[in-house]
Design a protein around this ligand. Sequence first.
Ligand code: GLN
Length: 534
Amino acid sequence: MTEVKYIFVTGGVTSSLGKGIISSSLAKLLQARGYSVTIQKLDPYINVDPGTLNPYEHGECYVTNDGAETDLDLGHYERFLNVPTSQANNVTTGRIYQSVINKERKGDYLGKTVQVIPHITDEIKRRIKLVGSGGKFEIVITEIGGTVGDIESLPYIEAVRQLRWEHGQQNCIVIHLTLVPFLSASKELKTKPTQHSVKMLLEEGIQPDILVLRTEKSLTDDLRRKVALFCNVEASAVVESIDVSTIYEVPIRMQQEMLDATVLRKLGLPAGNEPMLDEWNEFLHKLHNPSHSVRIALVGKYIELADAYKSISEAFIHAGAANETKVELTYVHSEEIDENNYVGILKDYDGILVAPGFGSRGIDGKILTVNYARTNDIPFFGICLGMQCAVIEFARNVLGLEGAHSTEINPKAKHPVIDLMEEQKSVTEKGGTMRLGSYKCELMHGSEAYKCYRKEEIGERHRHRYEFNNRYLTDFRNAGMIPCGMNPQSGLVEIIEIPSHRWFVGVQFHPEYSSTVLRPHPLFVGFVKACIKK
Ligand code: GLN
């Protein structure tokens, strides 16, 4: 078998330049040329995974099929590539140190002093090579989190330098993403930050092969030549990444800039045919030419940071395009909803989604929101905590179970309609201990879910500790809230619906994680369709 080729993506000048989107776009183009590609993210923080991070800190926590709690960039990788990622695709400094320390405790280092170089860097290299080792991929793109020059990212850059030396430059290339700021006073684009950032990378032993320059204005040929000269790269390897209206345009832009062709040339791989992007372009065409428009409220408590609900907002973009509909998504703060104002806040929407979440803050606003959607026949979609709120609302207001609640919020609830799973009762550690990853679910014929998925058995990803309490199953069923998706092994309720309502679906799992551009999620597609029908 031929050797796996590695592409490293680093960032300079500032964070949030979109390394994840550039990596995903490049991967998409290479995949569309027939290469098998995967992407890995290395995160320089000490947390073992982002599972215990507040969404305000780091945005959404993304969950893979194999139950890894990961960086939200993995969501982009899956949405662009349509290929599932796994635990191996996201490694943090915490995880690296954890393995090294575990080995040290076992005595694996045989009396040696354990150091950043070579032990930490070796572990980083091992993790990088691990993703490419199964023979499934010809190209591995590794995105290094953080910004060049940070203390935290030094061991990663050093590991890349060593890998390059070991495998040869033709097998390991480095793409460096920087910012070219526009100074409005002098009306000029400035290249100095890029030059400094490349210098910093050089100090750490790496000459980048390709520079991707993030910019608000188009780069002139002169500017490209100047950057090429001062940063020691070919002029054709200076790539413009201009701001665009949607992240899904970026692959097309990168193709125009010939990023994929330059990468393949540098890796000594045949360029082959032009990328097959027909389906992708069809999606973009639908996205840009909608025939309808719907307004959907996303009710949650982390709304100040749009990244906290990244996969949900992206799933609406996919489902909107599939329905040739523009989805105007408004984030509504659940804490601001109360008895006096909820009608005013919610009355103008075609559909309402109650978001996932943890803890008691904003819960009453969510329950009121469900009540409004249920009693006014407004299409409703509840995800995880959103589904649990729908169960609580129904218990209180239809079944008349006063004090019904989730034991997450009220451990002494008189009617614990949502309760801790049996296997969770002995869990004391917070990290990585929820019900995580993909589980099977059987769908009831004739349900909305069945109409959306058009199959009997599905698999969806989970991230929660609490569950529908099956003690109340018959009561709910008799009163018109139907558990219509069940886990075939455990009997846990995965989906509830109210068939007499226009579209009322609550899911215990997270459908948003598996929605991609080429495979929009059936429940999101069904929900948007129901919202149009109004
Ligand atoms: N807090 C709830 C639970 O742990 C819901 C979690 C979620 O919405 N992801 O069960």
